[in-house]
Ligand binder design. Structure first.
Ligand SMILES: [Zn+2]
Length: 264
């Protein structure tokens, strides 16, 4: 079994030390949960990690994978000029994955050594456990959630037969409409989205995820749905259960961390 870790995390730039500063106190529970997840990740001893995020460009009829010898964090769009961590690329992994997916689920490779924040924020917060990992950022296919789920299942199948130990991380924020400054209808919609998605995850209910109402998906500003769908599909054949480490929304954005706990 080579899929040795699966998790779902938020990626608010406010979590980064040089951006959030004093605001980070309000995210203390999330930061603590990141430390806990980091311990679990270290114990799993992966050599590589695939990160799926909505901030990697979606492919029209394919999946984009960002391949580089070395990647680096760039948080300068948020005014942070200090953070400059880097991570090596998982080159063998991406070549084998591209082969395995074949023409049915085409993977397109491009190279952008500067990581988007959806990928770099989780890596920074996983700290030492992620520092030596070879990484592979992968995006989604556009507007084809059923095919995205098929991709997730196939990704899990690939990882279970791949010789190395690999971690899979889904990066996304839940509803962005939870703040008291939002109209009450938008707040209610946001809460409903966060509850329904997390309930479906907890029950490994892929059909419920796929059938979530369009207004919850499109009018809540969320960027987590496909991460949850993909990672849940990838671990569907593995014994275990989802464990929630935190859920909070101090800045009006739902922020949750989940970890797949294997029962074997
Ligand atoms: Zn996002």
């Amino acid at each position: 079994m080579a899929l040795v870790f699966a998790g779902l995390v938020p990626h608010s730039p406010l979590l980064a030390p040089n951006i959030g500063r004093e605001h980070r106190q309000l995210l203390a529970k999330t930061l603590k949960a990141f430390e806990e997840l980091s311990d679990v990740l270290a114990k799993a001893q992966p050599e590589a990690m695939i990160i799926v995020s909505s901030h990697v460009d979606s492919g029209y009829n394919w999946w984009n994978a960002n391949v580089a010898l070395d990647y680096h964090a760039d948080l300068s769009p948020f005014g942070d000029l200090l953070t400059n961590n880097s991570w090596p690329g998982a080159l063998k992994l991406v070549i084998d994955l591209e082969d395995y997916l074949g023409l049915d689920l085409p993977l397109r490779l491009y190279s952008q050594p500067t990581l988007d924040y959806g990928t770099s924020i989780p890596l920074l917060l996983l700290g030492a456990a992620a520092q030596k990992l070879k990484i592979l950022p992968v995006g989604y296919i556009n507007n084809q959630p059923e095919r995205q789920a098929v991709f997730g299942h196939k990704l899990g199948e690939f990882l279970r037969q791949w010789p190395g130990r690999v971690a899979l991380l889904g990066s996304g924020d839940l509803a962005h409409t939870l703040g008291s400054d939002q109209p009450s209808k938008a707040q209610a919609r946001g809460h409903k989205f966060d509850q329904e998605l997390q309930k479906a995850l907890e029950q490994n209910d892929e059909a419920a995820m796929l059938n979530m109402p369009q207004d919850l998906l499109n009018k809540t500003g969320q960027c987590a749905w496909l991460a949850y769908l993909t990672v849940n599909a990838a671990i569907a054949e593995q014994p275990g259960q989802w464990r929630n480490l935190v859920y909070e929304s101090p800045f009006g954005v739902g922020s949750a961390i989940w970890h797949w706990q294997t029962s074997s």
